[in-house]
Design a protein around this ligand. Structure first.
Ligand code: FES
Ligand SMILES: [Fe+2]
Length: 372
């Protein structure tokens, strides 16, 4: 860990964000978070050639998908259609109908548990099988097998609808973690925030391992101390940092973890008990959709600090986004001793890339598992 340096020596930490976000509040700030980016450079210009990671990824909140509703989505560099059948189950398929190519996310209808294409009303089940052609007795046998239309396993936990994405169609390799706080009467309903980040998922995930940026981007008084554990598909850390609050400087503890590539969570304690459940979903190799859902202990929520905690965490994300949106990917960065466990993080994250070229990295990640 690096030595603490007097904050007066720090170079006016969040300069970048002050310039970009000065005066942005309320709706305008919310629009900036998910809006297009001026002078955006292509993935190729920014050296971003990382493949799409596999894992469980959030598609929407459960209450955003009513029974009988059909939604078009674009994630994993694919057009997708999500629906909730009349039996209540959510399903995800590739959107272009194999018959004559209609996009089933626009005008598709739910029929029982199935999805009906808007063009000629062919009906599909959640496993991607053709179940009916309403105007013909012929049912094409080659379309009656699962995955004739590409389907994705789905699950609903923690108030989100999740899908398992794997480029080689492998079944889920691990479970989703569930949190008892979500929906518990002692805890508040989610407060929700979202961002579109113009960067690869790996860059977002790397943030926690990049210990030097906390001071220069977020204005944290000194580099936080933490233990980080890489354990199979799970990464966890305990961070202890002094936090500036309306009550003055408080010793805060932050426990965070990431299950697989796309399910990070964070527990903040010391100021106001807060659980942050995140959904991080790749849109394209250089675009990531990030959702933050906060729940807080109701007994702490009344203090003015509770809202300030959430505001501060979101401000930190704004500060990170300002960097990520313009960042170039450096495959072999020159790192100094105090840059934090960035190399270990990258070796860990590479286990979520499929394909031959990453096999050796996955093996290396297993060998580097550290248990506390
Ligand atoms: S294009 Fe979907 S049924 Fe014809
Ligand atoms: Fe950050």
């Amino acid at each position: 860990m690096s030595e603490a340096v007097d904050i007066q020596d720090a170079r006016t930490p969040p300069v970048l964000v002050r310039e970009q976000l000065q005066g942005l509040k309320g709706d305008e700030l919310a629009r900036w978070r998910i809006g297009p980016l001026e002078n955006r450079r292509s993935a190729a210009e920014r050296g971003i050639d990382l493949p799409m990671p596999f894992g469980w990824f959030a598609l929407c909140y459960s209450d955003e998908l009513a029974v009988g509703e059909v939604k078009p989505l674009h994630y994993f560099e694919r057009e997708l259609v999500l629906w909730r059948g009349e039996d209540g189950a959510a399903h995800l398929l590739d959107a272009y109908c194999p018959h004559l190519g209609a996009h089933m996310g626009y005008g598709g209808k739910v029929d029982g548990p199935h999805l009906q294409c808007p063009f000629h009303a062919w009906r599909w089940d959640g496993a991607g099988r053709l179940v009916q052609i309403p105007y013909s007795k012929s049912l094409l046998p080659k379309l009656q097998k699962p995955d004739c239309q590409r389907s994705y396993p789905t699950a609903e936990v923690n108030g989100f609808v999740w899908a398992w994405y794997h480029p080689d169609h492998l079944e889920p390799l691990h479970d989703l973690q569930t949190f008892a706080e979500v929906g518990h009467p002692d805890w508040t309903p989610y407060e929700r925030h979202e961002w579109i980040v113009y960067g690869p998922m790996q860059a977002l995930a790397e943030n926690g391992a990049d210990s030097a940026h906390f001071r220069y981007v977020h204005g944290v008084l000194n580099n936080p101390n933490y233990d980080i554990t890489f354990d199979g598909h799970r990464r966890t850390a305990e961070v202890r940092a002094k936090m500036q609050t309306p009550r003055g400087l408080v010793d805060g503890a932050i426990a965070y973890g990431v299950d697989g590539a796309g399910q990070p969570w964070t527990r903040f304690s010391g100021i106001c008990e807060t659980l942050l459940v995140s959904g991080v979903t790749p849109v394209a190799r250089d675009v990531t959709h990030l959702r933050f859902a906060f729940t807080q202990l109701r007994s702490d929520r009344d203090s003015g600090v509770a809202k300030a905690v959430i505001k501060d965490i979101c401000k930190q994300l704004d500060q990170d986004k300002a960097i990520w949106d313009r960042q170039r990917y450096i495959e072999k960065p020159p790192l100094c001793r105090d840059d934090g466990p960035i190399v270990e993080f990258r070796n860990f994250f590479r286990q979520f890339y499929a394909g031959e070229q990453w096999r050796q990295y996955r093996e290396a990640a297993k060998a580097r598992t550290i248990s506390r």
